[in-house]
Design a protein around this ligand. Structure first.
Ligand code: NAD
Length: 497
């Protein structure tokens, strides 16, 4: 996209895009066996984007069987690591070459600003495939120091068929976090994208074919959770479910596994991440990061800094700065390059978020900013950036994930109280500490029960670092070399010399 791109030029390009809308199974695009399709609407204006194949259990079964056959008899798991590296790098290059189209599709499909899709989602997806492509031919197996004249080798082997089930907030990037390490390790994958945002997954299936993945290595089954998702979770030929999504659905996948073949289940779930601001922090820098930490991607971020915990001595001054910073997060058309907050993913979700706003009022919190639907005449689903102060620690807004641009402010007087509040939810995905004091930074970050802790920054992220949750935010880790652990199993072979 040229740097002079305008809303009109984006809208013009958007009209010309026609992504695949069938399922991708065994290397071919095919309609659902039932012939059913579901309407994929744009949160931007409610317009119909595509009628997408609605996969059910029969389609999922075909996809899993294609993946199983590709794993047991096809070339992919038998290819040398260098061979897999080449195909994955080609795939990364094709995604990069089509980044404009993919960014537009992502924006239209789930409502995020197109500029974020272009500068965040797609480049991070490319980097993820490059990282695992480059990693896979640099991993060594082990020889155990048994001290016997029987040698024990410890080798990593792919698991087999991986079911990847992902949400709609970063559809492409979160799919990449699962399928890149899974494929690099030699597995075959069935990807079920969220029903709200299936289009980029289907488009990259087309690119995967062009990159040269053998048929059946990557399959994509669009459809609804309780039908297609559950069928994948219950399928006896799936070895691992790599899931990102909500806690209640994570629990279902554990149940599906228990009731079927005891497949492994890796869960990346929700959060209620706190930002702890101490009086000696750089308040201007912290205020920008606190506002951005909950407004970015319309607040539809698992690690969103949705709770501000601020020392009482600076509360009034700091909260005023946060409100000012939040006002700069302008709500607008996702295709307008100036927009910072786009549309929420669907009307049902907007109503859910508005329900949290109502509950905050009922719980006695004080509204400082926003709280209303925006851009109603567009036909899309927008909410103003919203800030509530005086939120009680036990209130819904302090305890439950909102997944929208809504900040809850709570005060603290001592470091111990700050840590207790920070750890006082069932989640443990991420947290941030703002202080110039090295000892406070060190002690507090050690005391926080969270998979990622940022000190004097928020949301820094790189494919080289693991990401995942403590407590009910999940288990296992995406990203980094550690992610390969969940897509491989260890074999010990005792060899008599
Ligand atoms: P969701 O749990 O409703 O859906 C996620 C996926 O599960 C979708 O593909 C959906 O179709 C499928 N699904 C839904 N119901 C199902 C069922 N009964 N059986 C099988 N599959 C089913 O989550 P969502 O609303 O799409 O996404 C938002 C959630 O994702 C938030 O809780 C957010 O925090 C979480 N999330 C976590 C991370 C992380 O890395 N920890 C990243 C992004 C999002």
């Amino acid at each position: 996209m040229p740097s002079s791109a305008t809303r009109d030029s984006f809208a013009d390009q958007a009209r010309k895009i026609s992504p695949p809308s069938d399922a991708f199974i065994g290397g071919r695009f095919v309609p659902a066996v039932s012939g059913q399709r579901f309407s994929c609407l744009s949160p931007r204006d409610g317009a119909l984007l595509a009628e997408v194949a609605e996969c059910g259990p029969e389609d999922v079964d075909r996809a899993v069987r294609a993946a199983r056959e590709a794993f047991e008899a096809g070339p992919w798991p038998r290819l040398s690591p260098q061979g897999r590296r080449k195909v994955l790098l080609r795939f990364a290059r094709l995604i990069d070459e089509n980044s404009h189209e993919l960014a537009l599709l992502e924006s239209l499909d789930m409502g995020k600003p197109v500029m974020d899709a272009l500068h965040v989602d797609v480049p991070l997806t490319v980097r993820c495939f490059e990282f695992y492509a480059e990693a896979v031919d640099k991993l060594y197996d082990e020889v155990a120091p048994t001290g016997h004249d029987v040698v024990a080798t410890i080798t990593r082997e792919p698991l087999g068929v991986v079911g990847a089930v992902v949400p709609w907030n970063f559809p492409l990037m979160l799919a990449a976090w699962k399928i890149a390490p899974a494929l690099a390790a030699g597995n075959c994958v069935v990807l079920k994208p969220a029903e709200q945002s299936p289009l980029t997954a289907l488009r990259i299936a087309e690119l995967a074919d062009e990159a040269g993945f053998p048929p059946g290595v990557l399959n994509v089954v669009p459809g609804f959770g309780p039908t297609a998702g559950a069928a994948l979770g219950r399928h006896p030929e799936v070895d691992l479910i790599a899931f990102t999504g909500s806690g209640p659905v994570g629990r279902l996948f554990l149940r599906y596994a228990a009731e079927s073949n005891l497949k492994q289940v890796a869960l990346e779930l929700g959060g209620k991440s706190p930002q702890l601001v101490f009086p000696d922090a750089d308040l201007d820098q912290a205020a920008q990061a606190v506002a951005g930490g909950v407004m970015f991607n319309q607040g539809e971020v698992c690690a969103a800094g949705s709770r501000l915990l601020v020392h009482e001595s600076i509360r009034e001054e700091f909260v005023a700065k946060v409100v000012d910073a939040a006002k700069a997060w302008t709500v607008g058309d996702p295709l307008d390059p100036a927009t910072r907050v786009g549309a929420l993913v669907e009307e049902k979700h907007l109503q859910r978020v508005l329900g949290h706003v109502e509950a905050a009022h009922a719980d006695g919190a004080r509204l400082l900013l926003g709280g209303n639907r925006a851009r109603v005449s567009s036909g899309g689903w927008y909410l103003e950036p919203t800030v509530f102060d005086e939120v009680r620690p036990d209130a819904r807004l302090a305890q439950e994930e909102v997944f929208g641009p809504v900040l809850a402010v709570l005060g603290f007087r001592t470091t111990e109280e700050a840590v207790a509040l920070a750890n006082g939810t069932r989640f443990g995905l991420a947290a941030a500490v703002w202080t110039q004091h090295l000892t406070t930074a060190h002690q507090v970050s050690r005391a926080l029960k969270a998979g990622s802790v940022w000190v004097n920054n928020f949301n820094d992220s790189d494919i080289t670092t693991p990401f995942g949750g403590y407590k009910e935010s999940g288990n296992g880790r995406d990203r980094s070399l550690h992610a390969l652990d969940k897509y491989t199993q260890l074999k010990t072979t005792w060899i008599q010399l």
